[in-house]
Write a protein that binds this ligand. Structure first.
Ligand SMILES: NC(=O)c1ccc[n+]([C@@H]2O[C@H](COP(=O)([O-])OP(=O)(O)OC[C@H]3O[C@@H](n4cnc5c(N)ncnc54)[C@H](O)[C@@H]3O)[C@@H](O)[C@H]2O)c1
Length: 265
């Protein structure tokens, strides 16, 4: 007999943003393994090789849609394309984001705009579009937003990204309260440092501004984690499945640290 815990999301339709690689891809794989049908959105016109391989392992259960989530019209298209393929969306893994850093006095409007367009505007209006659909369809769904340990406290070089992730935590709380009467739960995950394509860029930027060798920052942040290493994308999957599933039926408005012990709250 199949262990019911291995099919926590059986037949659920999950929409995952920014899931062509990194954390989103690992969570898409976990959702599929738990029985979900997944609509996956990212910037590229075509799905990556990794997504194609995932689709081959789970035939007929992965739908890819191109979307630039800083554009409201792309968000609307993503949601309708997902619904056309697999019906009402029951789980949203709201994950797409970009990173950048600069000394506070040097950061410019362009950097601010790019980070806030994707990490805050894109994140909020994606959530709003999916919540509207859940409410209209009477779906008692679950939203999981991607925050960060960077949203818990400021960093001298990382002001805009930190602020964008603090906004994710705040919107999670407001949306959870607004949606509680509809039986829809809204939570967030706050990763610490996770070895994804994003960290290649993070490491290079820290190297430039802190005078470090390539790879030095990445090694240092890994050593500083209480559990002794950087996270892997798969390390986010357990929390992502749990929060999306009925096992978390009494959990809402929370931001769960999945960071090897970096943040205590
Ligand atoms: N990697 C870490 O250490 C870390 C730590 C804390 C939080 N996070 C958060 O976790 C989430 C996933 O991060 P990751 O490390 O896997 O990053 P990543 O860069 O590997 O993946 C992010 C994905 O989002 C997509 N994306 C970017 N802009 C987009 C847009 N406008 N429209 C659609 N898709 C877009 C990218 O193409 C990419 O596939 C992000 O929200 C990130 O801020 C990551």
């Amino acid at each position: 007999m199949t262990d019911p815990r291995s099919q926590r999301l059986a037949q659920r339709h999950a929409l995952l943003t920014g899931a062509a690689g990194g954390i989103g891809l690992a969570v898409a794989e976990a959702y599929l393994e738990h029985g979900a049908r997944c609509s996956v959105a990212d910037l590229a016109a075509q799905p990556t090789e990794a997504l194609l391989a995932l689709s081959e392992r789970h035939p007929g259960r992965l739908h890819y849609v191109q979307a630039d989530l800083s554009r409201i019209e792309d968000i609307a298209h993503m949601v309708s394309s997902a619904r056309e393929c697999f019906g009402d969306i029951e789980v949203l893994f709201n994950n797409a984001a970009v990173f950048d850093l600069a000394p506070l006095l040097e950061s410019d409007e362009r950097m601010y705009q790019r980070l806030f367009d994707v990490n805050v505007k894109g994140m909020f209006f994606t959530m709003q579009a999916v919540l509207r659909q859940m409410v209209a369809a009477g779906v008692r769904g679950s939203v999981v937003n991607l925050a960060s340990q960077a949203g818990r406290r400021g960093e001298a070089l990382v002001s805009h990204y930190c602020a964008s992730k603090a906004a994710v935590i705040s919107y999670t709380q407001s949306a959870a309260l607004a949606m509680a009467p509809h039986g829809i739960r809204v939570n967030a995950i706050a990763p610490g440092v996770v070895d994804t394509p994003m960290w290649g860029q993070v490491d290079a930027l820290f190297a430039r501004y802190e005078g470090l060798q390539p790879g030095e920052k990445k090694a240092a942040v890994g050593r500083a984690v209480p559990l002794g290493r950087m996270g892997r994308p798969e390390d986010m999957a357990g929390a992502a499945v749990f929060l999306a599933s009925e096992e978390a039926a009494y959990i809402t408005a929370q931001t769960l640290n999945v960071d090897g012990g970096n943040v205590m709250s």
